[in-house]
Ligand binder design. Sequence first.
Ligand SMILES: Cc1cc2nc3c(=O)[nH]c(=O)nc-3n(C[C@H](O)[C@H](O)[C@H](O)COP(=O)(O)O)c2cc1C
Length: 343
Amino acid sequence: MIETNITKMFGLKYPIFSAPMGPFYTRDLALAVSEAGGLGVLSNVNIVGTDPVKEHKASLEYMIEHTDKPFGLNFLTSRNNRGVQEMCTDVPKMLLNNQRMREQCVYWLTSAGSSKILPASKNFQELREKSEVKHFHVAPAVWLAQKCVDAGVDGIVCTGGEGGGHQSYEKVSTLVLLQQLNKAFPDLPKIACGGFATGEGLAAALSLGAGAIAMGSRFIASKQSEFHEKYKALIPPGEPQDTALFTGSFGPIRLYKNKYALAHPAPQSKEEMIAYEKSLTLEQMAKDAGAYDRVYNGDTENGAVLLGQSIGIIDSIDDVNDIISRVMKEAEAAIKRNHSMLK
Ligand SMILES: Cc1cc2nc3c(=O)[nH]c(=O)nc-3n(C[C@H](O)[C@H](O)[C@H](O)COP(=O)(O)O)c2cc1C
């Protein structure tokens, strides 16, 4: 048994979260992770033709229909994400009107934009007063964590540059970031994210002040994840250097190096990203907009394949229950091993 501030906060058996992985569906994955004793997170689904609020409603209904365990959801609060205001207004309202959702959907994670948008929503304020929901935001640097603290978050997700998907311009590694954030905000609840796939990683995160880890790539390579079989198949043979930073919808993004990625070199600053967006022709925009849909449908060469360096430490596609029990067993062994060094 490993008990931490995060397992206690959310009533979890294990300090393991699934990372949100929009624009893709992660309903079955979130369900499997929550059922296995971790905390599963629903993604902000917005592949072409979807309505993000309706998708969240369907995801929430799916979860309460299939589990009585706690779970979470993610909103991307980036300036150019579709439907942010509607999500912040309408989704809390859904929970105010539904007791099961209110009691189970306890973890609200915002990312890729401002940490202030969700707490500014009157409906979310009312939800916070009337329930146990907690608001976390992804903090990839100390100065961004300070903004989260100023916005009144209950905790932060410390995601370093080795993680899969969108990244900040800071490119700080998870190892350094965790130590910086632990020093700057010793009492703030933290979830470590980016580069985790093993029990040794979990044990290290706990030593560095986190109360849990969140894993993305590790859970893509699971039997329950909704990702295309061709996407999953890239992971076990993958090496950390098969991924790098490129240009994504909201700035730099860690992708698997394929034809699509190599045609989208990474922006070095926000100014460079804005200039790039301005330079795009309508034809290019239409082509890039399909980058996620193509991958969702199995074209792993001409679309954006989001993966982290952690693919280098993932050897197989496994059942979520087996992943979680293996990580826990390894973490406990690592902690005991470390403890035995004390003389
Ligand atoms: C396919 C994919 C999609 C992602 N989409 C999101 C997202 O919608 N919101 C978010 O906050 N992070 C997103 N991320 C980042 C993950 O939440 C997490 O930070 C990352 O997977 C951690 O690195 P790891 O893959 O080494 O575990 C995504 C990552 C991947 C791999």
